[in-house]
Design a protein around this ligand. Structure first.
Ligand code: ADP
Ligand code: MG
Length: 271
């Protein structure tokens, strides 16, 4: 039986050559609900790894656990071999892992440029004491941040939006701002939660091109996405999550034709 199905899932592929993110038997419950159920997987450096699965499969929860926004009940997360389990988001970011949110944070009362400047990047001005002890350093850092933000807006072709209120942007433009802002932190591993949800096809194509460019420049990506066509064209491997656990991992072609994946998508909760 065992060699009859060559694609039979035999556990997470944790033997990749050069692993940037490793998740081991991660578990998270909310009350009686098991959102993450002993999930294990690894992300290889240089890859674009797709994370898919039906609604409620636990994809966003997994991102929250990995990036330090939720604390796991059990299991481990390591970035570049450093154990960051339970560490707060800024410490995980310091190891080179930056994530975006499925629902972009509210940017009321801010221009796009201002929104770019509230991010996870290093900002000496945030240390209140430094305003008095080394005001020059704070000022220089602020100028540098503004220049970096401008350069990043240009790179993502949204510099014409710099002085617009962030609340005036379309869903797609907001996603571009999120991406540009995340890149200011110079991540090694960038994790995107549904980067093209609610984005029109033209902007989705632009986002695709930008993501591919970042990957060519050496950024490793892990992307949750509901749009199958988008993720299948961009990511390899694809990891399928179902009911909080990894169901299958494989190439887009293998995953697309896997009966277990089809069942998971058709089955829904309660299956
Ligand atoms: P996905 O992103 O795959 O659609 P989620 O990770 O958002 O799924 O949710 C997985 C399950 O965990 C869902 O049943 C959801 O209702 C539940 N869940 C997620 N976050 C919380 C939370 N903060 N409190 C309670 N339940 C949550
Ligand atoms: Mg989600």
């Amino acid at each position: 039986m065992s060699d009859a199905a060559p694609d039979l899932y035999d556990g997470p592929n944790l033997d990749k050559e050069d692993i940037v993110l490793r998740v081991d038997e991660l578990r998270k419950t909310f009350g009686g609900l098991v959102a993450t159920d002993d999930a294990s997987f690894a992300v290889e450096r240089g890859s674009v790894t797709g994370l898919i699965g039906p609604n409620g499969a636990g994809k966003s929860t997994l991102f929250n656990l990995i990036s330090g926004f939720y604390e796991p009940d059990a299991g481990h997360v390591s970035v570049n071999g450093v154990d960051v389990t339970g560490a707060p988001p800024h410490e995980v970011a310091d190891e080179g892992l930056i994530r975006t949110f499925q629902t972009p944070r509210k940017l009321e009362g801010m221009t796009v440029r201002e929104a770019m400047l509230v991010g996870p990047q290093r900002q000496p001005g945030e240390s209140f004491v430094k305003l008095f002890t080394s005001p020059g350093e704070v000022e220089a850092a602020e100028t540098r941040n503004i220049e970096d933000a401008q350069r990043m807006l240009e790179q993502f072709e949204i510099d014409h939006l710099a002085t617009q209120p962030a609340t005036d942007l379309s869903g797609g433009q907001l996603k571009l701002v999120e991406l540009a802002r995340a890149m200011l932190a110079e991540p090694e591993l960038l994790m995107l939660d549904e980067p093209v949800a609610g984005v029109n096809p033209t902007l989705a194509n632009k986002l695709r091109d930008h993501i591919a460019r970042l990957n060519e420049d050496g950024v490793t990506l892990c992307i949750i996405e509901h749009d199958m066509e988008f993720i299948m064209n961009l990511a390899d491997p694809i990891i399928v999550l179902d009911q909080g656990s990894v169901l299958v991992e494989g190439t887009p072609e293998a995953v697309r034709s896997d009966d277990r994946v089809i069942d998971a998508y058709l089955g829904g909760p309660g299956e």
